[in-house]
Design a protein around this ligand. Structure first.
Ligand code: IMP
Length: 208
């Protein structure tokens, strides 16, 4: 079966990709399962570039270190994603620096409060923001594909909701009338930036 290596160390992302690819003739492998942990410097200037940097690095590692069988190396696909929060009134900050915003180890309570504080006095209609996700695929023959999707909302006035992670408690989703952190996980996966970008990539791969 054709192998797909998903370049992430995140268990939730692995579960999501497995659900999305269910029923298709792919064997989905995490970096951990493949025994890969290359040091990757994410120095791109966009979500797309960073996703490509990760998937190219892992694809090169697989070929250079002759992982899997020769047959498998000829068909293996490497996927990677990169995501973050863009706030229009803050010139699209924190953007590609979402995880590193105010320091990687700073709690999201503090990050979220800081972003709300920075929007003090900004009217509802100018608080537009979105989660963005880019998914990149690198095929063994060198072909590359990138998909991008968003989940649109507005930054609220206080944190709300216990589900999700990161900036979920401050992104208000007008369509649902609640914060992203108030959606059930299945509900969020069905409409999330990552879910949409991964499903677009799944469909794109089917056509290649
Ligand atoms: P990465 O793509 O795993 O590097 O994640 C980037 C960062 O963006 C995360 O650490 C979060 O801060 C933020 N982020 C991305 N997607 C979401 C989401 O669905 N909810 C909340 N925060 C998110």
């Amino acid at each position: 079966m054709q192998k797909i290596v998903f370049a992430t160390g995140n268990k939730d992302k692995m579960r999501e990709i497995r659900m999305i690819m269910e029923g298709l003739p792919y064997e989905i492998i995490s970096m951990k399962e493949a025994g890969i942990n290359p040091e990757i410097i994410e120095d791109g200037t966009s979500f797309e570039e960073n996703a490509l940097i990760k998937s190219r690095a892992v694809a090169a590692f697989i070929q250079e270190n002759k992982l899997f069988s020769e047959e498998d190396r000829k068909t293996v696909i490497v996927l990677a994603d990169d995501s973050g929060l863009e706030i229009d009134a803050l010139n699209k900050e924190p953007g590609i620096y979402s995880a590193r915003y105010m320091g990687e180890d700073t709690s999201y309570r503090i990050k979220n409060k800081n972003l709300i504080d920075r929007l003090e006095g900004v009217a509802d209609e100018d608080r537009t923001a979105r989660f963005v996700c880019a998914v990149a695929a690198v095929l063994a023959d060198g072909r590359e594909e990138v998909t991008r999707a968003t989940m649109e909302g507005r930054i609220g006035y206080e944190e709300k909701g216990e589900n999700g992670f990161g900036y979920d408690p401050i992104l208000f989703l007008p369509e649902f009338g609640c914060m992203s952190a108030e959606l059930a996980p299945e509900q969020k996966n069905a409409i999330s930036h990552r879910g949409k970008a991964l499903r677009m990539m799944r469909d794109r791969l089917q056509e290649m």
